[in-house]
Design a protein around this ligand. Structure first.
Ligand code: CP
Length: 307
């Protein structure tokens, strides 16, 4: 196996198809490991990782921490809300102070797009982007594509619809880059106000009719409406959004084929997806979460191999 081409994982845009396939092959092995009675390997025994989260997270934070523990790394967790950031400390000062305690790798989530790129120019440690504002969420895209590959055998040639709030979604952008690099066709679907004008320039199809998108695709990735990033109203009400773009059992059953239903989480049940769809046999939402641990183990293992 070759070496990962990047020193950091800042986004999917920068990495190669070979990098993605290397992550998948490594994750295949780690998925076997974490399903064994003894789930731990000593691969990163000498590594210390800091998980630095300036935004809330359930899946990504726990998944990274579990991945680090499965690889026997030492782990420290930092949450902005309980830190000295509230006393006015800057991002660079905060991270430099953490690194002074001999930390090798930083996993960072931050509300500002580009925060990880900015940090990578000021510190020596390796950085993994765990979501930077509306920009990228690379490990989410990798685990999403890995889950499609696992369920459909391949990503190449598959049709993937990404539905919902594309404008405010880092998951959408990273998924578009990742799926296209792997040879999938990508469609975005949602109200005009939630689809940025530049999106067609990325080579994706744009559809405003949910049923047309569902009839076209092999997998539908249903995104959450990111109200916390919306400073103005993009649609009249959540009820109206849900009537036009919510995926319910009736819509799913009216398709004359089976499709995979995906969601990066957290789910707003009854808005972008109803409970009977989220919990149905078509849903691979919890498989995505399970695969997240193996993918993050693979990313950290490959990056650490460059030190
Ligand atoms: N998918 C995802 O990033 O979820 P969290 O915000 O809970 O980490």
């Amino acid at each position: 196996m070759g070496k990962f081409s990047q020193r950091h994982l800042l986004g999917i845009k920068e990495i190669s198809v070979d990098d993605i396939e290397m992550v998948f092959e490594t994750a295949d092995n780690f998925k076997t490991v974490i399903n064994r009675p003894i789930k731990k390997v000593p691969s990163l025994r000498d590594l210390t990782v800091a998980n630095i989260f300036f935004e809330n997270s359930t899946r990504t934070r726990i998944s990274f921490e579990l991945a680090q523990k499965r690889l026997s790394a030492d782990v420290v967790n930092f949450s902005a809300s309980s830190s000295s950031v509230s006393k006015g400390e800057t991002l660079i000062d905060t991270v430099k102070n953490i690194l002074a305690m001999k930390v090798d790798m930083v996993v960072m989530r931050h509300p500002a797009p580009g925060a990880c790129v900015f940090l990578s120019k000021h510190i020596n440690a390796q950085i993994i982007n765990a979501g930077d504002g509306t920009h990228e969420h690379p490990t989410q895209a990798l685990l999403d594509a890995f889950s499609i590959r696992e369920k459909l055998g391949t990503v190449k040639g598959k049709k993937i619809a990404i539905v919902g709030d594309i404008t405010h979604s880092r998951v959408a952008l990273s998924n578009i880059y990742c799926l296209q690099k792997l040879g999938a066709e990508v469609m975005v679907c949602g109200p005009t106000t939630l689809i940025p004008k530049y999106i067609s320039s990325l080579g994706v199809k744009v559809e405003h009719d949910l049923m047309k998108a569902l009839n076209w695709c092999d997998a539908a990735n249903m995104l959450r409406i990111q109200l916390e990033r919306q400073d103005i109203k993009y649609f009249p009400s959540l009820r109206e959004y849900s009537m036009l773009y919510g995926l319910d059992k009736q819509r799913l059953d009216s398709l004359n084929k089976e499709i995979l239903i995906m969601h990066p989480g957290p789910i707003n049940r009854g808005v972008e997806i109803t409970s009977d769809v989220a919990d149905s046999k078509h849903s691979i939402i919890l498989d995505q979460v399970e695969n997240g641990v193996a993918i993050r183990m693979a990313v950290m293992f490959l990056l650490a191999g460059q030190q």
